[in-house]
Design a protein around this ligand. Structure first.
Ligand SMILES: NC(=O)c1ccc[n+]([C@@H]2O[C@H](COP(=O)([O-])OP(=O)(O)OC[C@H]3O[C@@H](n4cnc5c(N)ncnc54)[C@H](O)[C@@H]3O)[C@@H](O)[C@H]2O)c1
Ligand SMILES: [Zn+2]
Length: 385
C-alpha cells in the first residue's frame, strides 16, 4: 500500500508564525502569491506577507469560486512570465486547485488539456506552499485539482500536485462567512465518510477518516453559528486536513461522482451539491458489508450504537438509518437547502443529462461500496429534485 501526502504539514493554532517559513527551508526570494479577490478584501494575506518581508512578492488574485479551465490557463500564463522560486497559495479549494495545477502546467512539455486525467503529469513544477482558508476541501493534502470543463467537473490527478508544505492554520478560517463554513464543512464530512467506506480504504486512511468524522460532526454547527469560536475552527481545520489525507489516498465515491455534473451544470458550490445528494446515496451504500463501518461512523458522531452486540444486523441497520437522518438534520442546521429545486428552476433540471455524465465518473464510482447502476443514479437524482 502506498500513502501519498504533502512533504511537510504544519498545523494547529499559532502554527503560522515567524519560524514557519524559516523551518520550511524553501527558497523564498521571488514569491508568487495566488489567492482570490475576497481573500484580499478580508485582509488575511497579511498574516502571511508580514512573515515574508525579505521576499519579492507578486500577487495573482483573479480566481473565481469553482474555477474553470480558462482560469487555470490565465494563472499558468502569469507563472510562466515570472521567474518564481516558490508559489504560496492562500485560499479555499478553488485557489489551492489552481495553484497546484498551475505550478506543474507551467513547467510541463505537454499542453494543459493533456494533463487532465490520472498520472499524466511529467514534472514536479515550482515548489508550492498551500495555506487553506476554508475547512474545507482538504485540497492542501490531496494530489488532485478540479476544474469546470464545459458542463462537467474534471480533474488533474498526480502526486506532483502535492505541496512541498501545507500550513493548516485555523486562524485563517475565522473570516469565512457562515454559508461557506457550512458548504465546505459538509464537503469535508463527506470526504471522511466516503473515504471510510471506500473500496480502497486502508487501516491508515480509516484512522484518519474516523477522527475527521468526529472532529467535524461535533464542531460544524458551532463554527457556523459562532464564527469566532476558535476551538470549533481548530477542530474543523484539523478535521478537514485529516479527511483530505484520507480521501487523497482511499478516494471518494458516488456522492462526489453524482455531485460533479450537478455542480458543473448548475454552478452550485461543491459542498452544496454533495449535501443535496448525501442522504440518498448513503441509502444505497448501506449494505450488509458496510453495516459495521456505518456503525463506526455513527459512533464517531456521538450517536448511540449497540457497541456490545455488533452481530445483530437488524440493530446495526437501525443505527445506519438513524445516521442518515442525523446527517440530513446536520445539513439543515447549517441552512443548506434540501432539494435541487430550491436552487435551480424545476424546468431546468435535466436528470437524464446528469445521470449519463455521472455514470462516466468511473474513477470515483469504482471506489463506492455499492455498485451503482444507471437506474440507481437516475432514482437518486429524482429523489433529490
Ligand atoms: N483538490 C481537492 O482535493 C478538492 C476537494 C474538494 C473540492 N475541491 C474543489 O474546491 C472548490 C471549492 O473550494 P471551497 O469549498 O474551499 O470554496 P472556494 O475556494 O470556492 O471559496 C468559496 C468562497 O469563499 C471565499 N473564502 C474562502 N475562504 C475565506 C475566508 N477565510 N474568509 C473570507 N472568504 C473566504 C472565497 O473567496 C470564495 O468566494 C471547488 O472547485 C471544488 O471542486 C477540490
Ligand atoms: Zn469534495
Amino acid at each position: 500500500m502506498i500513502f501519498n501526502s504533502p512533504q511537510q504539514i504544519m498545523h494547529g493554532l499559532g502554527c503560522l508564525n515567524e519560524n514557519t517559513f524559516k523551518l520550511s527551508k524553501l527558497n523564498l526570494n521571488r514569491v508568487l502569491i495566488i489567492t482570490d479577490s475576497n481573500i484580499l478584501k478580508v485582509g488575511i494575506i497579511a498574516k502571511v506577507t508580514d512573515l515574508l518581508l525579505d521576499s519579492d512578492i507578486t500577487i495573482f488574485s483573479d480566481i473565481p469560486p469553482e474555477p474553470a479551465l480558462e482560469d487555470l490557463v490565465a494563472c499558468v500564463d502569469v507563472i510562466k512570465k515570472g521567474n518564481f522560486d516558490c508559489i504560496v497559495a492562500i485560499g479555499g479549494g478553488s485557489v489551492l486547485d489552481v495553484a497546484k495545477a498551475g505550478r506543474v502546467c507551467a513547467k510541463s512539455n505537454k499542453t494543459i488539456e493533456e494533463l487532465f486525467g490520472e498520472n499524466l503529469v511529467d514534472n514536479a513544477g515550482i515548489p508550492l506552499i498551500a495555506i487553506p482558508t476554508t475547512a474545507g476541501t482538504g485540497s492542501e493534502c490531496t494530489a488532485i485539482s478540479i476544474f469546470s470543463v464545459g458542463d462537467m467537473k474534471k480533474g488533474i490527478v498526480s502526486k506532483y500536485l502535492l505541496p512541498e508544505l501545507s500550513i493548516v492554520s485555523p486562524e485563517m478560517t475565522l473570516s469565512c462567512p457562515p454559508n461557506i463554513t457550512a458548504a465546505s464543512g459538509v464537503d469535508a464530512l463527506v470526504h471522511a465518510i466516503e473515504s471510510y467506506t471506500s473500496n480502497n480504504a486502508t487501516p491508515m486512511t480509516d484512522a484518519l477518516a474516523i477522527k475527521a468524522v468526529s472532529l467535524i460532526a461535533n464542531s460544524i454547527v458551532k463554527a457556523y453559528t459562532y464564527p469566532d469560536d476558535l476551538a470549533a475552527r481548530e477542530s474543523m481545520a484539523t478535521g478537514s486536513m485529516l479527511a483530505g489525507l484520507s480521501f487523497g489516498n482511499a478516494g471518494v465515491g458516488a456522492v462526489h461522482a453524482l455531485a460533479y455534473p450537478l455542480g458543473g451544470k448548475y454552478h452550485l458550490p461543491h459542498g452544496v451539491s454533495n449535501a443535496l445528494l448525501l442522504p440518498f446515496v448513503l441509502k444505497y451504500n448501506i449494505t450488509l458489508s458496510t453495516l459495521v463501518k456505518f456503525t463506526d461512523i455513527a459512533e464517531a458522531m456521538g450517536l448511540e450504537t449497540p457497541a456490545d452486540d455488533m452481530s445483530d444486523k437488524g440493530k446495526l441497520h437501525h443505527v445506519s438509518e438513524t445516521l442518515i437522518s442525523h446527517l440530513h438534520g446536520l445539513c439543515r442546521a447549517v441552512n443548506i437547502p434540501e432539494k435541487i429545486s430550491d436552487l435551480v428552476p424545476l424546468e431546468d433540471i435535466d436528470v437524464e443529462y446528469m445521470t449519463t455524465e455521472a455514470m462516466k465518473v468511473e474513477r470515483l464510482l469504482r471506489n463506492n461500496p455499492y455498485k451503482m447502476t444507471h437506474d440507481d443514479v437516475r432514482s437518486i437524482y429524482l429523489a433529490t429534485v
